[in-house]
Design a protein. Structure first.
Length: 184
């Protein structure tokens, strides 16, 4: 009986130490109706260091300050003001329940992306990529511990738009070569 007890304690210790259990991963895919003629895939080190995010404070109020953040948004249509589809920052993510609906999981498409652009928490630096593609946007959110990865593509054509990752300390984005870098 003692040998069985010792063996079970050793197996439990291996599992607790990480010998057989991987980090919990959550994956969700959303379909977002695009409002306006184009949308932005936007990475910043601090939302208040960025002109567009700062002047539309009320739209981006839920995003934590002084941390790297990634947002998918548009200027809206007919003077309606900016529309925030979703964001990730500080190990969290949120998609607009008014604009985005959960959908069955699908594998993100493969595609050619530009080089990585990186930021650190609190940096004034950022990158906004304006994407002229029209139609519904698919956003896949994968969370492993405190790291959030968002993959954005056009739902109908399956054209890959951007991949971004946000973790404690900073983040990066790889935008589509068809999206043009815009003033921050």
């Amino acid at each position: 009986m003692r040998r069985v007890f010792v063996a079970s304690v050793c197996v439990t210790a291996l599992v607790v130490a990480g010998g057989g259990v991987s980090a919990p991963t959550t994956v969700a895919t959303y379909s977002c109706d695009q409002i306006g003629s184009h949308f932005s895939a936007h990475l910043a080190g601090d939302k208040h260091s960025n002109f567009w995010l700062d002047i539309h404070r009320d739209v981006f109020a839920a995003i934590p300050r002084e941390t790297a953040m990634f947002a998918v948004w548009s200027f809206g249509r007919d003077g309606s003001g900016p529309v925030l589809y979703g964001w990730a920052a500080d190990g969290r993510s949120k998609l607009s329940p008014r604009r985005c609906k959960a959908r069955s999981a699908s594998t993100p498409p493969a595609g050619a992306l530009g080089p990585r652009f990186r930021v650190k928490d609190g940096w004034a630096l950022g990158g906004r990529y304006e994407c002229p593609q029209r139609g519904s946007i698919a956003i896949r959110v994968e969370t492993v511990r405190k790291t959030v990865r968002l993959t954005v593509w056009m739902q109908r054509t399956r054209e890959l738009i951007a991949v971004a990752e946000i973790a404690p300390g900073g983040g990066w984005i790889r935008p589509s070569k068809r999206c043009s870098e815009r003033p921050r």
